[in-house]
Design a protein around this ligand. Sequence first.
Ligand code: TMP
Length: 425
Amino acid sequence: MFPYDAVLFDLDGTLTESAPGIMRSAGYAARKLGYEDFDPRVLRRFIGPPLFESFQKVFGMDEARALKAVELYREDFDAVGWSVNAVYEGIPMLLRALKRAGIKICLATAKPMVFAERILRHFGLWRFFDVAIGITLEDHHADKAKIVRAATPAGCERPVMIGDRFYDVEGGRANGMDTVGVLYGYGSREELVQAGATHIAANVAALWDILLPGAAREPGFFLTIEGLDGSGKSSQIERLCEHLRARGYEVARSREPGGCPIAEKIRDLLLDPANGEMCSLTEALLYAAGRAQHVRQVVRPALQAGRVLVCDRFVDSSAVYQGAARGLGLDEVMALNAPAIDGTMPDLTLYFAVDPATAMARRSGERTLDRIEREQQAFHARVYAAYEELARRNPQRIVRIDASQSIDEIARNAAAAVDAVLDGR
Ligand code: TMP
């Protein structure tokens, strides 16, 4: 049995890193009311305490002016500020593990509920919450103790309140419950200790140990990216990793051929234009040899650590390039890769689909072409046909993304495809 049967979370500074959005909207309100000459660092003081109180304290506003400032703040927060926000690394995995352990998950925030819900929905976390209590837009005197009381589910005997400021610890203690002060948010260790926090957690991993001692960690997620040379994979991988990090996933990035020192040396051999005489079987075996090292040294450790591993190319590339385009045969190439991957297959593969002519036009851009890229158009046409076939045959694992669209559209579709699978877990 785990020590707590209900976990109440504060939002800002505990689940999400919201300072940039809060500071932006507070600055907007102050400037609108004619406060121009201030050190932007004072805006940090808006993180945590009720806004109405902060406008009076930080800018010396009277109550009427502070009310107006809150209104202006909300105007900007509603439009932009709410989205200038990111989930702390490891939070989605922690919430999923708590849910799986049957522990109730609750939100106790002094933020207006409309914003809290919008933020949590935006990051795909809303579905985890059994209870969510915030304030109304009219409420200017958020009383954390009252919020914590309302957020405690009936029938739970061992609730714990988690937050980054003394308000959270005091709110929990006022309701007679244990508390955890987290240090990665916006409060200091001193204020949390002084407020009487039962536990202090330096990071999300420490929260695991307090809430789920001894529980096995979540397995990671293996995401591979495939497509023709020139399909725009690289810039899309960059955007996708950023998207996943903002959603709180621990993201690791790798590539094939390569990904670790030995496999990078093999990569050099494979792509060196001077190695024109390399025969197809040598090529296929070298890709497989690099993969054997990469799977053991990089892929498995990342997955065991619970990370989302985004890998630019994997065994599908061997299937289409060596199996189909070089003509070694799909099954033959999969067979010689079997001991290399030894059961480690992607959970999801995004295939960025562009026709060979578009891909070639993009490829012949800036840099010098490697040995494989120099292949004739017919070779890349075979690669394309094989990818299309592979995607058709593996609809469960491979999502085809139309990569002839605009960069923003492709990024949106790729993110949506990954979110759908990760959120559905
Ligand atoms: P990259 O340019 O995407 O890093 O990939 C290097 C080249 O290696 C690319 O043309 C595709 C090719 N390749 C194979 O032929 N077989 C494989 O198994 C892998 C991983 C890549």
